[in-house]
Design a protein around this ligand. Structure first.
Ligand SMILES: NC(=O)c1ccc[n+]([C@@H]2O[C@H](COP(=O)([O-])OP(=O)(O)OC[C@H]3O[C@@H](n4cnc5c(N)ncnc54)[C@H](O)[C@@H]3O)[C@@H](O)[C@H]2O)c1
Length: 360
């Protein structure tokens, strides 16, 4: 059994009317209360915090008297017309699908990808410059502008230069998708230093670099939509994948803390966690062996796709063994629209139902 590959006509359609959804800032401190009975320790703490409290309360005063809170206009604007986006890891797989979906929604796209072996010992083929070129053709087929940049997310100057180029050629940068990553399997006790470090360095440090490269520009403009592509494996453990799982779990912490820092400056930051998606990262015997082990089977030397599908189907919540990249991209697009203005610090699972097994 094969999972369905959606054709172009099943891609999401987005409305074209661009409407700014600027709305009053959400009130703070509306639920601040001071208790009647205070211990001496509490009084000291309260007076030490009095200055801070006074300023919070004065800002909250307007909010407590105001009952008409929030933007009452219906948010039906899923268009990204006139926006400009940076996508890391855009040469293929999920990054390519996101770049094309953003373009389909109206955004110009700068795709950034190493297009080479990102680390030794990976069991799958690296992306190539031709892959990145292909993404460019798909973006341009959506009648949007495209810039392809070869670079490594571990290289901060390269990322900053890419941001500068996007700003110069597109006029600004509204959206950033931190998608580039590598995956490595091996028991923790036997993991070589360099394998651990490379996974953390590309996935977690690379995402942090991407944030640090785009945030100054977005904060200056008081507008930004950032999405980090984490993973289901950042929401639960996975045997023999401690480095990858730790990097993805770390990305969720990075996202939540950074989202809080910039929330009042018009910048939102969220994570999307795909389940198993059919890309070069996963379509290889090395990853298939891990999928069989996950299903409690002992893999033979030559694992076939059919064996993996048969092993996964009995517990597949939506009845498919894996998803296609195009099925993840629309969740990312949504988080970049003005319809998601009040969504930040959140994790969105796009897992074909695997997330029913997470605790919350
Ligand atoms: N495929 C899945 O099942 C799955 C599941 C959950 C999460 N994810 C995540 O989705 C994202 C995309 O994965 P994919 O499956 O499309 O993988 P992929 O290997 O097909 O694509 C990843 C892209 O990132 C690029 N890249 C890698 N290291 C880089 C670096 N240092 N600098 C710049 N570019 C670099 C690669 O060249 C490649 O084009 C990753 O963050 C991955 O962890 C994938």
């Amino acid at each position: 059994m094969q999972s369905q590959i959606p054709d172009a006509s099943s891609r999401p359609s987005f409305q074209d009317d661009e409407k700014t959804a600027a709305s009053p800032p959400r009130p703070e401190g509306a639920d601040l209360q001071v208790g009647n009975a205070m211990s001496r320790r509490h009084m000291l703490a309260a007076s030490a915090g009095a200055l801070v409290g006074a300023s919070i309360l004065s800002r909250a005063e307007a909010a407590t008297t105001q009952t008409d809170i929030g933007d009452k206009a219906p948010h039906v604007n899923f268009s990204l017309a006139g926006k400009a986006a940076l996508v890391t890891g855009a040469a293929r797989g999920i990054g390519q699908a996101i770049a094309v979906a953003l373009a389909a929604a109206g955004a110009d796209v700068l795709g950034f990808d190493i297009c080479a072996e990102a680390a030794p010992h990976l069991v799958y083929e690296p992306a190539t410059p031709d892959d990145l070129k292909k993404t460019g053709e798909l973006v341009e087929a959506q009648k949007r502008r495209w810039l392809g940049v070869q670079g490594d997310v571990r290289d901060m100057p390269a990322l900053k230069a890419a941001v500068e180029r996007a700003v110069k050629e597109f006029g600004k940068l509204d959206i950033a998708i931190a998608n580039a990553a590598i995956q490595f399997y091996g028991p923790l006790a036997e993991l070589a230093d360099e394998d651990w470090k490379n996974v953390i360095d590309v996935n977690l440090n690379g995402a942090a670099n991407t944030l640090r490269a785009v945030l100054p520009h977005m904060l200056a403009r008081k507008y930004g939509r950032i999405v980090l592509i984490a993973s289901g494996q950042g929401r639960h453990g996975f045997k023999n994948a401690s480095a990858y799982s730790a990097s993805k779990w770390g990305m969720i912490g990075l996202m939540k803390s950074a989202a809080w820092e910039v929330a009042k400056e018009g910048v939102t930051i969220n994570c999307v966690e795909p389940g198993l998606v059919d890309t070069p990262l996963t379509r290889n015997p090395g990853r298939w062996k891990e999928a069989l082990k996950e299903a409690g089977k002992e893999p033979k030397e030559n694992v076939t796709e059919q064996e993996v599908i048969a092993a996964r189907l009995p517990t597949a919540v939506m009845g498919i063994p894996w998803m296609q990249p195009d099925e993840v991209a629309p969740a990312v697009v949504f988080l970049c629209t003005d319809a998601a203005n009040r969504v930040t610090g959140a994790t969105y699972d796009a897992t074909a139902g695997d997330s029913v097994k997470y605790t919350a």
